[in-house]
Design a protein around this ligand. Structure first.
Ligand code: GLC
Length: 717
């Protein structure tokens, strides 16, 4: 349809039909549905009728070619103007071929493979009739108590922005020309990752300076990459719930950034303006959200039941309703739904693409590149000829897909046991304990199994319900029974390798104390067992680096690398004994810092070379460093470039990631790694919110993680 035809269609619509386009309902409401689809929020009495359902604009949580074709066909038989439904679902890190959780993908620092993972997810989802995915989630996360850190790519605005762009490219590509793509929807706007206490949905309160410097960049990057939709966040931001926050939505998102796409509420977030205490009733909630520019109300019916009345009484302009409806019609048109309402839905293509060997290979490759080697005292890689005992609650556990794993299933998942069995001659397995409860019999069996082995692999972790939405924990250590199993294995006097399956950074002090090697596998997805085996046997040399700090203890939280010096930094040359910024009982530094990850290779960094010790705003400063693989094992190293603005108008982080390079190095080989620094990379938000740079002294750092770096100074003229 042309723009004129869309606008003509809008004029033919009754107010009721227009309001219907603003409603999104979950699958069970639709006649053509044969199952409940994915229910991802509270279901309650919506007070809607058959007519409302006929006018509905979009479906939440449906998938399957046959299912979506049936729902669409039934709907179009009843929708007076033949306006097709949009099918939207949470395809976050895979459709049925599940990839590692985004936090793990963040640790891969592999932008290309991240994009590929989204393209695979889009292909499977599009063949199953999905039109829009509620991804990428780009909420910057500094608090591992929050369950949804697993859904983010971590604590750094630059790295998160790179991944946001990659996911949008992978999911969405060029919708006008590329087949098997889905529209992406960046979420949750804004700053959902900063709830007080790490408790989901809790209060978010921060300065505009902190919001713009750290929390907004990744949403903006997704939109610059062409992301079609935005989803509102549940939380308040500086006193006003995001979903009714006009200055955030119309001010920043639409006017300042020029976003004119569809803005959807999160599940029930329009009606939640009432418990938030900014709306007296559903009518006021509808008015606030629509005036804030929220086009689609997900799974509540404030708009359905009150917009017409608000217009008739003059509280709401019909033009406000029309602009939202037109954006939804434009998105349907862009997806080609007026020409082909079933788009790429095809049972034949489902059989061809879903869980194909190619897709499994892609998942296995990215999983191996997302697994972080945290400790290795000459235990890894394992010798395939050795007798290995695999113990722990994750030894044969299929719960390694993580939250938001859409159509992923246990029968499709490769466990650690299966993965190791395929690569080892002699593997014995014993659970040893459940996740939170153990018994003497299981423990005894595990000890007996381990006593026969040369090396013990202990697979520990969190149930996937312990993270994800509303999955928050105040205690981020592993359960005692699991730590106890590890200690008892270590007491046998054999090499012990701990492999972790978890959705958040944990307090790993006891794990690192009682294991000779520690491998952080996060939730590695459908091919997780094979990827873990590839790493443990050295088929893949680990190259992942933490994209979120691993705290020393929960008492440090929030702990992040790009923090500020304070007026009494503990590491100042003239630091006093007592009166400095410190804890009396623990260090300031995390157990493992942002950017940290070991390899089976050893890399040595030469001295930093700068093309000059000063630059003008027009110049490019070239930074070079030689990196040598001094081991006899080929490997990949993520070389990281950080910058510090030594004096700013507002305080500046002690380090900020500005660039990185993943280099593959053969044994004995030296690579001269080059970075370019330009003036735009040195800009920051001043007190007046201008985003500019200042002349002055800077420090550039290059290294293998955010702490272990080489430094040189330069001046911006
Ligand atoms: C959930 C989540 C959101 C998801 C939506 C639809 O509450 O917060 O991320 O996209 O509902 O499932």
């Amino acid at each position: 349809m042309t723009e004129a035809q869309l606008k003509d269609l809008l004029t033919q619509m009754t107010t009721e039909e227009k309001v219907g386009q603003l409603l999104q309902l979950a699958t069970p409401f639709f006649k053509g549905a044969s199952d409940r689809g994915e229910i991802t929020g509270p279901m309650e009495n919506m007070n809607i009728n058959e007519e409302d359902i006929k006018h509905t604009g979009s479906v939440l949580g449906a998938s399957g070619a046959r299912e979506t074709i049936n729902i669409q066909k039934t709907h179009l038989e009843e929708n007076r103007l033949g306006i097709p439904l949009l099918f939207m679902s949470d395809i976050i890190h895979g459709f049925k071929t599940i990839f590692p959780v985004p936090l793990a993908i963040g640790c891969s620092w592999d932008i290309e493979l991240a994009e590929k993972s989204a393209a695979v997810a889009a292909k499977e989802a599009a063949a199953s009739g999905v039109h829009v995915t509620f991804a990428p989630m780009v909420d910057l996360s500094r608090d591992p108590r929050w369950g949804r850190v697993m859904e983010s790519t971590g604590e750094d605005p630059h790295l998160n922005s790179q991944f946001a762009r990659a996911f949008v490219r992978g999911f969405q590509g060029d919708l006008d020309n590329d087949a098997h793509k889905v529209a992406s929807c960046v979420k949750h706007f804004a700053a959902y990752g900063a709830p007080e206490g790490g408790r989901d949905y809790n209060t978010v309160d921060m300065s505009e300076w902190m919001l713009r410097e750290n929390y907004l960049p990744a949403y903006k990057a997704a939109l610059e990459e062409g992301c079609e939709m935005v989803m509102t966040a549940f939380n308040i931001l500086n006193g006003i719930p995001a979903t009714g926050n006009e200055s955030l939505m119309r001010g920043i998102l639409r006017e300042e950034w020029g976003f004119d796409g569809v803005l959807i509420s999160d599940w029930g977030a329009v009606k939640e303006l009432i418990p938030h205490g900014v709306a007296e009733d559903q009518k006021q909630a509808a008015e606030l959200a629509l005036k804030a520019g929220v086009d689609i109300e997900m799974m509540t019916s404030c708009y359905t039941n009150h917009v017409q009345e608000l217009i008739e009484e003059g509280s709401l302009e019909e033009s406000t309703l029309d602009e939202g409806v037109l954006r939804i019609l434009q998105l349907k048109n862009k997806l080609g739904l007026f020409d082909n309402p079933h788009r790429f839905a095809s049972e034949e293509d489902e059989k061809k693409y879903i869980l194909s060997p190619e897709h499994r290979r892609a998942s296995r490759e990215l999983a191996a590149k997302s697994i972080v080697l945290l400790k290795n005292e000459d235990v890894l890689p394992l010798n395939a000829e050795k007798k290995v005992a695999l113990v722990g609650p994750f030894a044969s556990n299929t719960d390694i897909l993580g939250p938001w794993s859409w159509g992923g299933s246990a029968e499709d998942t490769v466990t650690v046991e299966t993965g190791l069995n395929q690569q080892l001659k002699d593997l014995a397995v014993a659970k040893g304990t459940d996740l939170r409860d153990g018994n003497e019999e299981d423990l005894k069996a595990a000890l007996q199994t381990a006593e026969q082995a040369d090396v013990v692999v202990v697979a520990l972790g969190e149930h996937s319900d312990w993270s994800g939405e509303a999955g928050c924990l105040a205690d981020i250590r592993l359960p005692e029974v699991q730590l106890d199993l590890l200690k008892k294995m270590k007491q046998l006097g054999k090499p012990v390798v701990a492999v972790l399956f978890n959705g958040r950074p944990l307090d790993l002090r006891e794990v690192t104390e009682h294991a000779d090697a520690v491998v952080e596998a996060w939730y590695p997805g459908t091919e997780g067992g094979n990827a873990v085996a590839d790493i443990l046997l050295g088929k893949v040399n680990p190259s992942a680096k933490l994209s979120m700090s691993m705290p020393y203890s929960v008492g440090q939280v929030p702990v992040y690398y790009n923090s500020y010096s304070t007026g009494r930094p503990k590491d100042a040359p003239d630091a006093q004994e007592r009166y400095v910024s410190q804890y009396l009982d623990i260090p300031n530094e995390p157990l493992f810092p942002f950017g940290y990850g070991l390899s089976y290779s050893q890399f040595e960094y030469g001295e930093l070379q700068l093309s000059a010790d000063r630059m003008t705003k027009e110049d490019t400063l070239t930074v070079t460093v030689d990196v040598t693989n001094v081991s006899d094992i080929p490997g990949e190293e993520v070389v990281q470039l950080y910058v510090r603005d030594n004096v700013g108008q507002v305080v500046r982080p002690t380090k900020e990631l500005k660039d990185f390079r993943k280099v593959a190095l053969q044994p004995g080989h030296t690579e001269t790694v080059t970075f370019q620094i330009t003036e735009p990379q040195l800009r920051y938000y001043h007190a007046n919110m201008e985003h500019t740079s200042d002349p002055g002294e800077f420090t550039v750092f290059v290294g293998t993680n955010s702490q272990d770096v080489k430094a040189k100074r330069f001046r911006l003229e």
